[in-house]
Design a protein around this ligand. Structure first.
Ligand code: AHG
Ligand code: MN
Ligand code: MN
Length: 329
């Protein structure tokens, strides 16, 4: 490799990447950089805990239910606490909202420096933990609304207002995908040096991909259009891949192309996935990578939320594959 190539093909950590991004925004005070660095620290800490879960005997139920009426696992609670401890002291955060907490946590008002809200699913796909399948953390950053005293209403913003979104996938490697609105960048945790190293910038997902990802056990209760789409996919030789952790299914869709669907079902008539900290951050990432994300006939990020834990149906992935699904709905 010639000297100039070496200079071009440099080694960039998440830290240097975020500082370089910040430098592109004159007047930026570094608040968002601080938040992303705190998310990175929580991701590394959760990755370590996830990989030791059986050794540390922290698998299994916590014995409580979260606001969603779902069994909370001990690792859900541990991941939630790790994120709270990493983000809690970031001076620019006004509100923290978690899948695991009924109410948002108000840390400080805008006149006390509260500039951003961070919403997150601390451990996505946690029911897969005991079988050592990929799980993840999903996060979304929005601006604090100085004129809105109510925490829940402050965080109920349309996905188009997100200033950053991303996930960390604890899979065969620990991967972070991040966007601050200027393309999707991908990082891999190098455990030897404890740093997320940048491996892709401005990643664009495949335009198409003959892979659909859905829990077919619910197929008979899907609205009819989804059933017609599945019949077409079966007849067109599509492959079916479903891991059951949204982060893992979405990451595969981002890398390999295809479409991920969680339609309305009998058990979850408005869909199972939560708009604010699952569907919206994933929608921002997928759109930044050139894909589409819809909830029913609406662009997911255009939906005006009215509740923190509101659920929506999700169809997201390669542009032509999502359009193909939409043509049947
Ligand atoms: P969480 O573990 O945060 O509750 O999320 C689980 C979600 C999502 O990760 C996944 O796509 C979906 O549940 C799978 O649901 P089914 O098991 O009903 O297919
Ligand atoms: Mn989840
Ligand atoms: Mn979760």
């Amino acid at each position: 490799m010639s000297h100039s190539d070496l200079v071009q093909d440099n080694l960039v950590s998440l830290q240097t990447h975020v500082l370089a991004e910040e430098a592109r925004h004159p007047g930026a005070e570094g608040d968002l950089s601080w938040i992303i660095s705190a998310i990175s620290l929580s991701g590394k800490t959760i990755a370590n805990k996830v990989r030791r879960a059986r050794l540390d005997d922290v698998l299994g139920a916590h014995g409580t239910e979260n606001v969603q009426g779902e069994q909370q696992l001990r690792m859900d609670v541990i991941a939630n606490e790790i994120i709270m401890r990493c983000l809690g002291d970031r001076a620019s955060i006004a509100v923290l909202a978690s899948e695991e907490d009924e109410e948002p946590r108000i840390l400080r008002k805008s006149n006390e420096g509260g500039k951003y809200c961070v919403l997150f699913d601390p451990l996505d796909g946690s029911s897969n933990l005991d079988s050592a399948v990929g799980v993840g953390t999903i996060f979304s950053v929005t601006r604090n609304d100085a004129n809105e005293p109510d925490g829940e209403r402050t965080v109920c913003r349309p996905g188009t207002e997100q200033v950053a979104a991303g996930y960390i996938l604890y899979g065969s490697s620990t991967i972070m995908c991040l966007t601050t609105g200027n393309g999707l960048d991908m990082f891999v945790l190098d455990q030897a040096i404890g740093s997320f190293l940048r491996v892709r910038t401005g990643l664009k997902m495949p335009e198409r991909g003959a892979i659909y990802s859905v829990n077919e056990a619910n197929a008979s209760s899907f609205p009819e259009g989804y059933q017609r789409y599945l019949a077409d996919a079966h007849a067109s030789g599509y492959a079916s891949r479903y891991i059951g952790s949204m982060v893992a299914d979405v990451h595969r869709t981002l890398i390999r192309g295809g479409v991920f669907l969680y339609p309305p079902t009998q058990k979850n008539p408005t869909g199972k996935l939560r708009l604010l900290y699952e569907a919206n951050p994933m929608a921002m990432l997928i759109e930044q990578a050139g894909g589409l994300a819809f909830s029913g006939d609406r662009r997911t990020m255009d939906i005006h939320p009215d509740r923190l834990h509101q659920r929506v149906p999700v169809v997201l992935g390669s542009r032509s594959e999502v359009e193909r699904v939409q043509s049947f709905l």
